[in-house]
Design a protein around this ligand. Structure first.
Ligand SMILES: [Zn+2]
Ligand SMILES: [Zn+2]
Length: 350
């Protein structure tokens, strides 16, 4: 009986769309090069919510599966051959690791690796970190940093990657569509990068208020105002230097194109449902010289940079954690995220 209980752990298992169950599952066994981590905090993410509600992202996740991908914790066990990491260390780990061998990796596009290793299982008492992630995408957390803040390294790493690709420069006007966790992380980051005017739009006033507190110069409630017109007005009629879509809907992807100035950049950041399309005017690309780009995931270097920015206080992610819940109440946590107007990210504590 005692033996059985130590071999088992609590974990949230995703069985299908809207079917998430907290179950007693086998505690992972650590192999060579791997580490087992006692999860101390996991944070909810828009991606998890999308997968739970819409059930896509094929290739990235296979059902049934352990779930959740933003986490930090204490090392409980270390496999043979692991150097540097020791039992008891406070760490965070990424949810991916590139292969370093494929064509994309050799080109330095690690986020587009053809053989990416993905790691799920943050909503659990323990998570096993595979060798490749131990090697390339695991870091020790400084003592002063909380586990929940460290868990936010993952979305910030994605945001840093996108913003770097988009080339946000000192003094740029930046318009962000969406004041959810990802939109707000973009806001915090471009603010730090010396953006000039930062405009953010959403349909929920409460979120816009949070955006204001986090440094937005102008907020637009898209239900009450024409976002495109207002953005133009706020930029002397030109449109923003950089527009960032942080929702993931084809309509807002297209809206972003109407908010950018000539020669400006549109970063389509939010992932849309599969098989959707948008229309882009050839004239805008030719005469308007608009740069339209997507951004997917991130790289180990960005994970490291994100953790450092959080740890140094350069990017303060604390205000994004608006609620804390027990692992047993994970379903409630996602319910809350869909209904609450003020909750941004919930820390799930085992
Ligand atoms: Zn995430
Ligand atoms: Zn690769």
């Amino acid at each position: 009986m005692i033996l059985l209980s130590t071999d088992k752990m609590k974990a949230a298992m995703l069985h299908g769309v809207k079917d998430l169950r907290v179950e007693n599952v086998d505690k992972p066994r650590v192999g060579d090069g791997e580490i087992l981590v006692k999860v101390k905090a996991a944070t909810t993410c828009g991606t998890d919510l999308k997968i739970l509600q819409r059930g896509y992202v094929s290739g990235v996740i296979k059902l049934p599966t352990v779930f959740g991908h933003e986490w930090a914790g204490d090392i409980a066990e270390v496999g043979k051959g692991v150097s540097y990491f020791e039992k008891g260390m406070r760490i965070r780990g990424g949810n991916s690791s590139p292969c370093l061998r494929c064509y994309m990796c050799q080109k330095g596009k690690f986020n587009l690796c053809e053989d990416m290793m993905w790691l799920w299982g943050a909503y659990a008492e323990y998570i096993k970190v595979p060798q490749r992630i131990v090697m390339l995408n695991t870091q020790v957390i400084p003592d002063h940093l909380s586990y929940e803040e460290a868990a936010i390294t993952e979305p910030l790493a994605c945001v840093l990657h996108g913003i770097e690709e988009a080339g946000v420069k000192l003094g740029d006007s930046v318009a962000i569509i969406g004041a959810g966790p990802i939109g707000l992380l973009h806001l915090l980051t471009v603010r730090r990068m010396g953006a000039g005017k930062v405009i953010i739009s959403d349909t929920i006033d409460e979120r816009l208020k949070i955006a204001q507190k986090l440094g937005a110069d102008e907020t637009i409630n898209a239900k009450q105002e024409d976002t495109v017109e207002r953005t133009k007005k706020l930029t002397q009629g030109y449109g923003a230097d950089v527009v960032i879509e942080a929702i993931g809907m084809p309509t807002t992807w297209e809206q972003a194109l109407r908010m950018v100035r000539k020669g400006g950049t549109v970063l389509e950041f939010g992932g849309c449902p599969p098989e959707t399309e948008i229309k882009v005017s050839t004239e805008q690309l030719h005469y308007g010289e608009t740069t339209v780009m997507g951004a997917f995931h991130t790289t180990p270097a960005h994970f490291k940079k994100a953790l450092n920015l959080i740890a140094s206080g350069t990017i303060n992610v604390k205000p994004l954690i608006t609620n804390r819940m027990k692992l047993d109440d994970i379903k409630q946590a996602f319910e809350t995220l869909t209904t609450s107007k003020t909750d941004i990210k919930i820390a799930v504590l085992p």
